[in-house]
Design a protein around this ligand. Sequence first.
Ligand code: C5P
Length: 414
Amino acid sequence: MSAASLPLAGQHVVLGVSGGIAAYKAVELLRRLMDLGAEVTPVLTASALEFVGAPTFRALSGRDPLTDLFRADEPIPHTRLGQGADLILVAPATANLLAKFAAGIADDALTTTLVATSAPVVLAAAMHTEMWLHPAVTANVATIRSRGFRVIDPERGRLAGGDIGYGRLAEPEVVIEAVLEELGTTRKPLLGRYVLVTAGGTREAIDPVRYIGNRSSGKQGIAVAQEAARLGATGALVTTVATPAIQGFEVVAVESALEMRDAVMGRLEQVDALVMCAAVADFRPAEVADQKIKRDSGIPEVKLVANPDILSEATGALRRSRPEAVVVGFAAETVDALRHGEEKLARKGVDIMVVNDVTEVGAGFGSDTNSVWLIARDGARSRIELAAKREVAAALLEKAFALEGEPRGQTRAN
Ligand code: C5P
């Protein structure tokens, strides 16, 4: 791509960095903004400088970061910067920075620039969970949003000091996407496409209270639906776990494999891509007791019967009705992951098999990250090493839609 055709060519972005542990992540955001063609001027608060050094930002941006209103070589750098910016991104935005911006306080280079601009402002919040949940922070965020500025919620994950909770700076893709959206340059490559995704582990009832289940959290499937929506697709998410609304997606709540099959098979008509992330139980109790089985009636024997293989069934149906549609399966393995994944790809006739060894640290069930192999129907393999599930989703959607127009080899189609 020539420099002029980059999405942010000719755009001047002020990157504000306030003082949180996530300040180091601003370096990656700076790099990505520059890769997209933007000119970036970093503005660092005094406390940001306790976490990161101005030379890193200078080296990467090719500009002197503004860190101090009074030591800059011109008298009113903040008004010049504020007026000249096409957008101001603050990442991380701490509780303190949000409070100041909500109140219009202008007491350093960053806050004065923020008050001196009429450009769009995007603030990616990051702080400890308790701070994010504090009513003062909630009220400040509401005030900022009511004025038309965009605050990106923090995500759940590991925080400073080893705690886990909401507060982590959103992933770089999410922040950059918000910047692109604000500047009206978002790419929507999946506009007009319909993506059907399944998520979560099925629950196979034994009686009205008990079920046979598995450890799938549904996070990877939800991430695929969210990512597809972000790229412009519509579709449905058939899920066994509670899911927040996803723009352009129908969220279909199911429990058992049989319910999931009905929901999937009933929605194949317009499918361009089917992504079967769900962990479908291979077996279900042959009979479901009407009443709770009582302890004093002895140890029950639960006879199991096989569940339908939704993926094979749906793939077969799609090959007949919509041969262009791409199908992605998931294989959660505990030994010899690649070999089993390759076998499964062939057996199920899918276009891509996402294989993960769920015994790896930070991969698989419940985790926010994943390490996977993507095996394509032509045998090509690619590895994604410990990435956010959202990033895995982006990579697999890109691969899936790249295969869409390509002829399918005789051996693998069924
Ligand atoms: O054979 P295995 O269960 O490991 O295959 C995993 C893939 O097959 C996943 O994509 C899963 O959603 C799908 N599957 C299915 N129906 C089943 C079992 C698995 O669709 N009964």
